[in-house]
Design a binder for this molecule. Sequence first.
Ligand SMILES: [Zn+2]
Length: 290
Amino acid sequence: MHRNDPCWCGSGKKYKKCHEAFDQRIDELKFDVFKGQVRPPKKIINNAADVEAIRKAGVINDAALDLAVSMAKPGVSTGEIDKAVHDFIVSKGGYPSCLNYEGFPKSICISVNDVVCHGIPSKKTILSEGDIANIDITTTLDGYYADASRMVMIGKVSPEAEKLVRVTKECMELGIEAARPWHWLGDVGAACGAHAHENGYSVVTDLGGHGVGKDFHQEPFVPHVGKTNTGMLLVPGMIFTVEPMINAGRYNVTVDEADGWTVRTKDHSLSAQWEKTILITETGTEVLSS
Ligand SMILES: [Zn+2]
């Protein structure tokens, strides 16, 4: 690429005034293949306009989560919450990304108790006192995606369930704190996993976080266990989710054969998950949806 050409990131700026120094910095690094250290592909580096578009999708997504959480009370069905969130996102000009995604039948995922993720909302699934549930929402706006999830505790829950929900949130926060520009993706999983294991929990490894932006799911895959200084290099402009799934029992999960979606703990122990979409910035991270 010539220095006066438009930059590969699509900013419209000349390369020499945009990503030339960035590319040089990466070129100077030594990637340790034995640690799985890899250079991030250019197609997952977002420019300022991309980030602004994802930020806007995130504003709607966060408000949709606020609505869903406010509805999560004993006696309410997960189907009712799904319908309300669907109508809200559409009223804001967005689209609930899960709807029809690879055949997923509803607009959001609600995963109760031993359901790890991808729970299908239903009028027949009634939330009741003592339940814990993850509500996971993704919004598409103008072709850009923002993805986040939160836990709700229905009425009074057991101390064990409360602790699992709290520690899982801490795992996510520690993972996000560990995400730093010019460091490595493995740092994120190392931080999430260490905190879960210190508390006697296990971490789901079959599923993980993911790059998000112009696609719902893109590189990198974000593991929630791992070793520091391994995996993909984190650079400004990367956007991905941190979404640890933490089990009170063992890490093993099964997928419901009948619906093809619902992921449960194999031992039927409780599972919790929190998720944010984050941007790697020049100095740290910015949360784009939570
Ligand atoms: Zn650029």
